[in-house]
Design a binder for this molecule. Structure first.
Ligand code: KG4
Ligand code: ZN
Length: 336
C-alpha cells in the first residue's frame, strides 16, 4: 500500500510517500522559519499564505522523489488537527481534492498521534502498547497508546509546552527561532549545574507537567545578571534550563512506567530531537529496564512521513474520513 501524507498544521508544508506503513520513499518539507524568524514565533496569517504557495510544488516533489505518479497512490492521509486551522485547511482541502480526483481512500490524521506514529519508523520499530510522550512546541502530553486509534491521555502540561518554553527562553537570550535547537547548540559544553532552577510538579504524584514556573524563574535569574550577559554565563543558564526541562520529562516518564506497569516508552515530537533528552532518557531506561523508542531525529519535528505512517495504519484497518471532514484547533481525544 502506497500512501501520500500531507502535513500543514503549523509552519511546515510537508508531503511524503510511504510504502507499507514503514518505508519512507520520500519526505519533502518546505519550512517557513525564514518568514517567521523576525517575529520570534509563527504568525498564523503568514503561515496559511505560504502553505497556499507551497502545497502543490511540495506534493509534486514528494511524488517525483518517490519515483511514482499520483495514479500509483493507494491512499491519502492528511493532518486534520490540532493546530492552526487556517494552515491545516490548506493541506486538508488539497488532500481531499486530490483523493477525490484519484478515487482513492482518504483519512484525516491527528497531528499528535502522527508524532507518536513516527516511532514506528525507528529501528527497531516501536510496538504497541506503549507509553507515549508527545513533546513539541504545542504539546507535552503523555498517553497510554494501545494503537494509533486507541489511546488515552494520562498526563499533560497544565500551562506551557516544553518546546514553547525553549522558544521563549531562546528569544529572551537573543538566540532566535526555533529556540530548541538554538538552546541546544548554545548550551553545548556549558555547566548545567551553574544555576538552580525549580522543577515544578516533580514527584507530586500526578503525571501532569508545568513549565511556566521554570520559565519565569529562568527569566528572573536573567534579570539579576549584569548587562550585557557575559557569554559563558548565558551558556550556563541555557544549559541549566535545558537540564531542568529534561529532568522533569525523564522523571515523569519513569513515574508513568511505575503507574501503568507498562515498560515500553516512546518519545516523539520536536523536543525529542534534543540530544540531552535522549542521553538522559536512555540512561534512565537502561537502569529501570525500560524498552525505549525515540522517533528518528529526521521525523521528530513536523513532517508528513509520520502522517503517512499513522494514516497507513488507519487505512489498513479500513478507517477512512468523508470529504466533509473539517479541521480542529485543540487536542481531541476521540478522533480516529
Ligand atoms: O513537533 P514540532 O515541529 O511542532 C509542533 O507540533 O509544535 O516541534 C517544534 C518545537 C519547537 O518548540 C522547537 O523549539 C522544539 O520543538 N525543538 C527542540 C529541538 N528541536 C526542535 N527543542 C529542544 N531541542 C531540540 N533539538
Ligand atoms: Zn508537531
Amino acid at each position: 500500500m502506497i500512501v501520500l501524507g500531507i502535513e500543514s498544521s503549523c509552519d511546515d508544508t510537508s508531503a511524503a510517500v510511504v510504502a507499507d506503513g514503514r518505508k519512507v520513499l520520500s519526505c519533502v518539507t518546505f519550512g517557513q522559519e525564514a518568514f517567521h524568524r523576525k517575529f520570534s514565533g509563527v504568525v498564523p496569517e503568514i503561515a496559511s499564505r505560504r502553505h497556499m504557495e507551497a502545497i502543490e510544488p511540495t506534493v509534486r516533489s514528494a511524488l517525483e522523489e518517490a519515483g511514482i505518479s499520483a495514479k500509483d497512490l493507494d491512499g491519502l492521509a492528511v493532518t486534520s488537527g490540532p493546530g492552526l486551522v487556517g494552515s491545516i485547511l490548506v493541506g486538508l482541502a488539497f488532500g481531499k481534492a486530490l483523493a477525490f480526483s484519484l478515487g482513492i481512500p482518504f483519512v484525516g490524521v491527528d497531528h499528535v498521534r502522527a508524532h507518536l506514529a513516527a516511532a514506528l519508523l525507528a529501528d527497531p520499530p516501536a510496538e504497541f502498547p506503549f507509553i507515549g510522550l508527545a513533546v513539541s512546541g504545542g504539546h507535552t502530553h503523555l498517553f497510554l497508546v494501545k494503537d494509533i486509534d486507541d489511546l488515552g491521555l494520562i498526563g499533560r502540561t497544565l500551562d506551557d509546552a516544553a518546546g514553547e518554553c525553549f522558544d521563549k527562553i531562546a528569544k529572551a537570550l537573543g538566540l532566535g527561532y526555533p529556540g530548541g535547537p538554538a538552546i541546544e547548540r548554545f548550551a553545548e559544553g556549558a555547566d548545567s549545574k551553574a544555576f538552580k532552577l525549580p522543577k515544578p510538579k516533580l514527584h507530586d504524584g500526578t503525571l501532569d507537567f508545568s513549565f511556566s514556573g521554570l520559565k519565569t524563574a529562568t527569566l528572573n535569574q536573567m534579570k539579576n545578571l549584569p548587562r550585557p550577559i557575559p557569554e559563558p554565563t548565558a551558556k550556563n543558564l541555557a544549559a541549566s534550563f535545558q537540564q531542568a526541562i529534561v529532568d522533569v520529562l525523564v522523571s515523569k516518564l519513569l513515574d508513568a512506567v511505575k503507574k501503568t506497569a507498562l515498560n515500553r516508552v516512546v518519545v516523539a515530537g520536536g523536543v525529542a530531537a534534543n540530544r540531552t533528552l535522549y542521553l538522559n532518557m536512555a540512561a534512565a531506561a537502561k537502569k529501570a529496564d525500560i524498552n525505549l523508542f525515540f522517533a528518528p531525529t529526521a521525523y521528530c519535528t513536523d513532517n508528513a512521513a509520520m502522517v503517512a505512517v499513522a494514516g497507513s495504519r488507519l487505512l489498513e484497518k479500513g478507517k477512512t474520513s468523508d470529504l466533509g471532514l473539517n479541521s480542529y484547533a485543540n487536542l481531541q481525544q476521540n478522533t480516529p
